[in-house]
Every structure is written in C-alpha cells, then in structure tokens.
Design a protein around this ligand. Structure first.
Ligand SMILES: C[C@H](O)[C@H](O)[C@H]1CNC2=NC(N)=NC(=O)C2=N1
Length: 218
C-alpha cells in the first residue's frame, strides 16, 4: 500500500493499516487455537460451512496406527501425516450421498476386501451369514417398547422404498429390532447394501431408544 501525502490522508491510511494488523493478529490467535484455513482467499465462514468444523491435520496416535487407521483416512499411508476427511465431505461424497442402483441378474457380490472397507464406514453393522448362509450385514437396536419398534420399521421403510432396496426386518423379544441386508440378485453383498446401511444410520432414532434414568438427583 502506498501512503499518500497530507496528515488527514496519512492518519486515514494508518487507520486502515491498524485494522489490517488487528485482523492478522486475530487470524494468528485463531491459528494457535487450531483453526485451519484450507482454501486461501476463501471466506472462512464459507469454508467452514463447506468443510465442517472438524477439519484438521495431526500425527496419528500409537493406538490409531495399531488399528490400521490408514484405511479410514485420506492421505499417505506410509507417512506420519494424517488428513481426516471432514464430516461435511462425507455428506457430499460418502456412502449416504449415493443412491442404490437396481440390480439385474448376474450382479456380482463384492470381494471380501471391499466388503471390509465399506463395513468400516457403517458403524453398528456387522457382516454375518443370513439363514440361507448368504453374506449379509446386520444391525440390532434395543428400543424403548414394542411401538417404538414398529415406528423404527416405518422409518426404515421410508428409506427402503425411496432406494428400492429393502432389508429383512425382525422385531423380537418385544423391543429388539434387527435389520439384515443382502442383495438377492448377487447372492451376497453389493454397494447397495452399504448405501442403505449408511442411510439407515442417518435416521434419527433418539426418541425411540430407552429413556435413560438420571444418574444424580439435583
Ligand atoms: C427390482 C428391484 O429393484 C429388486 O427386486 C430389489 C428390491 N429390493 C431389494 N432389496 C434387497 N435387500 N435386495 C435386493 O436384491 C432387492 N432387489
């Protein structure tokens, strides 16, 4: 910035410089608190709404290395530097953003490595054999009562009808709901099953779960 002559002009421009300095200082403080601006020149508010609050990079802990964390993160597996994909990115690019595709006869089940990779993206789902001995993914919920179970059936049914892919639903012991999913045309698991699992995981079930007793009297 060039400073123009004249006391009034000079003090006005010094004022601008002070503001710029203060903003830079604020940014410095933000950086020390762990805020990371990813895209230079992009309004941090816009960036935050796009990338989510949890964008960041750090070295992995020993436990993460031991758990093959590299399968779950973007970045270079054989360096110590990890970039964890932000939740907002999963909303745009993850399984739950995809749509099930109709399967024709002759569809192939996924290989085991791919099944394991996708299963990690669907917390709460286990890969098991169904009653016919075919690979499926299964999730169990213990809900608050029988009606809550029927309510959960209904919420899952909405997603299943939207996607044209349907789990087997069981309600046993009056309040245990189990969903099992496989792709009949492939006689095994396909990406459709995991897309459905991710979408079912996105259903808000908080009001259907058992009421928690308060631990303390206030
Ligand atoms: C034509 C229609 O897309 C198919 O019959 C769908 C319906 N829903 C389905 N649901 C499940 N879980 N597996 C399937 O193979 C399947 N096939």
């Amino acid at each position: 910035m060039q400073l123009a002559a004249g006391p009034a002009r000079l003090s006005q421009q010094l004022g601008v410089l002070k503001k710029v300095g203060a903003a830079a200082q604020r940014r410095g403080i933000a950086a020390r608190r762990g805020t990371l601006q990813v895209c230079a020149g992009v309004d941090p508010h816009v960036e935050r709404s796009l990338m989510g609050e949890n964008f960041g990079a750090r070295d992995p802990t020993a436990g993460e290395i031991g758990s093959n964390f590299g399968d779950k993160v973007l970045g270079n597996y054989d360096t110590e530097h990890v970039i964890k994909p932000p939740e907002a990115m999963a909303e745009i690019m993850g399984l739950k953003a995809k749509k099930c595709v109709p399967c024709e006869g002759g569809a192939q089940p996924l290989p085991e490595t791919e099944v394991n990779r996708l299963a990690k993206q669907c917390p709460g789902w286990r890969v098991v054999k169904n009653r016919e001995g075919v690979d499926c993914i299964s999730h169990e919920w213990k809900v608050r009562n029988f009606n809550a179970g029927l309510d959960l059936f209904q919420r899952i049914a909405v997603v299943a009808e939207e996607q044209g892919h349907h789990p087997d639903l069981h309600l046993t012991d009056y309040r245990t709901v189990t969903a099992e999913m496989t792709t009949h045309a492939a006689k095994g698991l396909t990406e459709n099953d995991f897309i459905m699992a991710a979408k079912i995981n996105d259903i808000d079930v908080a009001d259907l779960l058992p009421k928690r007793k308060p631990k303390f009297w206030a």
